[in-house]
Design a binder for this molecule. Structure first.
Ligand code: NAP
Length: 243
């Protein structure tokens, strides 16, 4: 069976993506870092709509953790493989550059950029060998395109992820594996709950934050057969805030 792995699938956009895969009839692996309660809740939701699902706990920023968890899953599933990978796990540690602690710089780069590297490198050989239309979706951000003040670490990590998306897409195209990035604007989730939504939504032409399900719908399309000729793209989903 072809599985989907969603990193950071326990909350927000990742949770909506897990549910989308279940609706599409694709078995899903929910990765989470520390919030087991939230991950179990997503597991229950996926099961309640008849989806096949497992939890896969690991820290995307730890190469050892990533390798161990994926190898253990592969050992237990000799006839299955991960054909859809959504590199969605991400964190924010905002600060003006001149006040940013070194650890906050590294933490954000480690989760977003190194996490992408560890998980994708681990899964890529099988995806490329099978030539069955593998899909890699990287959750970037408007910050990675435009740059956001107070987010030099986050903007750098997401900008680098976009560069990596474009490079990798060219490496894997002949093996029928597409690689695309999604760049959301403001989406309602735990990550944005501390932001002044009433103020910020005035900046958005649609006058609202997006919903995780709207991002998940785009992931669903990029993982469908219909999107097979789209690769190396960055797709904005931001209510008209930036293009
Ligand atoms: P969220 O609600 O804060 O959820 C973050 C998810 O990432 C959680 O499932 C969390 O797992 C997981 N995670 C964090 N660090 C991890 C690690 N080291 N290893 C594995 N999983 C880890 O965030 P969100 O708003 O859904 O954002 C999802 C993605 O979209 C992120 O990459 C974010 O940068 C991007 N994005 C979001 C927005 C927005 O407005 N919300 C806009 C642009 C881009 P635990 O539950 O275990 O903590």
């Amino acid at each position: 069976m072809k599985y989907a792995l969603v990193t950071g699938g326990s909350r927000g956009i990742g949770k909506a993506v897990c549910l989308k895969f279940a609706q599409m009839g694709i078995p899903v692996l929910i990765n989470y870092h520390s919030n087991e309660t939230a991950a179990l809740d997503v597991l229950k939701c996926v099961r309640s709509i008849g989806g096949t699902v497992d939890l896969l706990q690991f820290d995307v920023a730890s190469e050892k953790d990533v390798s161990r968890a994926i190898e253990r899953w592969e050992d237990g599933h000799p006839d299955d493989y991960i054909a859809y990978l959504v590199n969605n796990a991400g964190i924010r540690k905002d600060n003006l550059m001149f006040m940013m602690p070194e650890q906050d710089w590294h933490d954000v780069i480690d989760v977003t950029l190194n996490g992408f590297y560890y998980v994708t490198r681990k899964l890529l050989p099988k995806m490329m060998m099978r030539r069955h239309g593998g899909r890699i979706i990287n959750m970037a951000s408007l910050s990675g395109l435009k740059g956001m003040p107070g987010q030099t670490n986050y903007s750098a990590a997401k900008g680098a992820l976009i560069g990596a998306t474009k490079a990798l897409a060219q490496e894997t195209a002949s093996r029928n594996v597409t690689v695309n990035a999604i760049a959301p604007g403001f989406i309602e989730s735990d990550m944005t709950k501390d932001l002044p939504q009433e103020e910020l939504k005035k900046l958005v032409p649609m006058n609202r934050f997006g919903r995780p399900e709207e991002v998940a719908a785009l992931v669903g399309f990029l993982c469908s057969d219909e999107s097979g000729y789209i690769t190396g793209e960055v797709i904005n989903i931001n209510g008209g805030l930036y293009s």
